[in-house]
Design a protein around this ligand. Structure first.
Ligand SMILES: Cc1ncc(COP(=O)(O)O)c(C=O)c1O
Length: 400
């Protein structure tokens, strides 16, 4: 009998973490492996943020804080939402947790009853459906297409809504596609939601600052103020400030929801590290000077990767508006034979064969709920990306 609870048996381990672990193991065994599977910036946390953390340690700011975030950080988050998103929140409307992931989990755990449905546009970030399942809900994946740059079609949304729908999860710019919603896209989705007052919106804005070609980031509570009272606007410092290891995520929304999430965190993780919270205060209140140059750097990498992948036989790679991912199609390779002699039947076969024959680790589309695609994280140097894309071109050229 499995040691796992029924709740845990509803979910699978994170595919992206599993593939990164496999790539690390192959590397440790002496293989020449390039991992394009992990979703984290390759640069270091800026010095001003590190210094704020060191100063916090020296000043003895090493005690428990309020479970869902200390007042200084909540104030910095309110200021950030006002400054960058034109959204007014009070500290009582803010929840801070050890990363964006727990923020989402706390919201779902705090609100879902068995059978409640959560609409998730596919392809989706791997953790959404599993967190919904763990919280006792039912994920309802709504597929998108490459033609709309993987954005949710309002008609498909309307068709997926039932009386049991509790949440819609939006993620823009998206992990895994990099696709981002324009103001008009969000308005069209909001227009549908206004007809269905039982549906709340959880918008995951983690990649807000990584947008390219003058794309203007907007978030749904800003676009449609009538949804403010049923939107949880979630964000974090992990991606924008290269702080993945510090574990600070946050969200703002209606007081009643934030209270429920606070109850949840008070009996589980309690507060995120006080030192990380002080670092996050500096991230949000301090200089934002490096954000734009970083986005520019990612744009250069995106252009390189998109161009090189589109020169690989059988691959079609759309140009995303943001984040640091591309989500190319491998439809042109399905049914063909890899250099090992194995027929590529699925995108998972593609990823496995690519890793075996060229040592490039990517994540297959099935893990994100839409096939036949794969995801590349291009949060690494141009030299490494050129090498990796060159290997992918060679692999595709050898597929017959
Ligand atoms: C879309 C999205 N949301 C949330 C997270 C979680 O962020 P954190 O590392 O702060 O938990 C990630 C991280 O990969 C992500 O890609």
């Amino acid at each position: 009998m499995s040691i796992e609870s029924k709740a845990l048996r509803r979910i699978a381990p994170s595919a992206t973490i599993a593939i990164s672990a496999k790539a690390r193991a192959l590397k440790a065994a002496g293989r020449d492996v390039i991992a394009l599977s992990a979703g984290e910036p390759d640069f270091d946390t800026p010095d001003n943020i590190k210094e704020a953390a060191i100063a916090a340690i020296r000043a003895g700011k090493t005690k428990y804080t309020d479970p869902d975030g200390m007042p200084e950080l909540k104030a910095a988050i309110c200021a950030k939402f006002a400054r960058e998103n034109g959204l007014t929140y009070t500290p009582a409307q803010v929840h801070v947790a050890p990363g964006g992931k727990p923020v989402i989990f706390n919201a779902l755990m705090a609100t879902l009853n068995p059978g409640d449905e959560v609409i998730i546009p596919a392809p989706y970030w791997v953790s959404y459906p599993d967190m919904v399942l763990l919280a006792g809900g039912e994920p309802v994946a709504v597929e998108t297409t490459v033609e709309t740059n993987f954005k949710l079609d309002p008609k498909a949304l309307e068709a997926a809504i039932t009386p049991r729908t509790r949440w819609l999860i939006l993620n823009s710019p998206s992990n895994p596609t990099g696709g981002a919603y324009t103001r008009a896209d969000l308005q069209a989705i909001a227009d549908v939601l206004l007809r269905h007052p039982q549906v709340w919106v959880l918008t995951d804005d983690m990649y807000e600052h990584l947008v390219f070609d003058d794309f203007e980031f907007t978030t749904i509570a800003q676009v449609e103020p009538k949804l403010y009272d049923r939107t949880l606007t979630m964000n974090g410092v992990s991606k924008a400030y290269a702080m993945t290891g510090w574990r600070i995520g946050y969200a703002a929304g209606p007081v009643e929801l934030i209270k429920a999430m606070g109850k949840m965190i008070s009996q589980t993780t309690s507060n995120p590290s006080s030192i990380s919270q002080w670092a996050a205060v500096e991230a949000l209140n301090g200089t934002q000077d490096f954000i734009k140059p970083n986005a520019k750097l990612f744009q250069t990498r995106r252009d390189l990767v998109v161009s090189m992948l589109n020169q690989a036989a059988g691959i079609h790679c759309p140009t995303p508006e943001g984040a640091f991912y591309v989500y190319p199609s491998v439809a042109g390779l399905i049914g063909k034979t890899a250099p090992s002699g194995k027929v590529i039947e699925t995108d998972e076969d593609f990823a496995t064969e690519l890793l075996e024959s060229e040592g490039v680790a990517v994540v297959h589309g099935a893990a994100f709920g839409l096939s036949p695609y794969f995801r590349i994280s291009y949060a690494t140097s141009e030299a490494v990306l050129e090498d990796a894309c060159g290997r992918i071109q060679r692999f595709c050229g050898n597929v017959k």
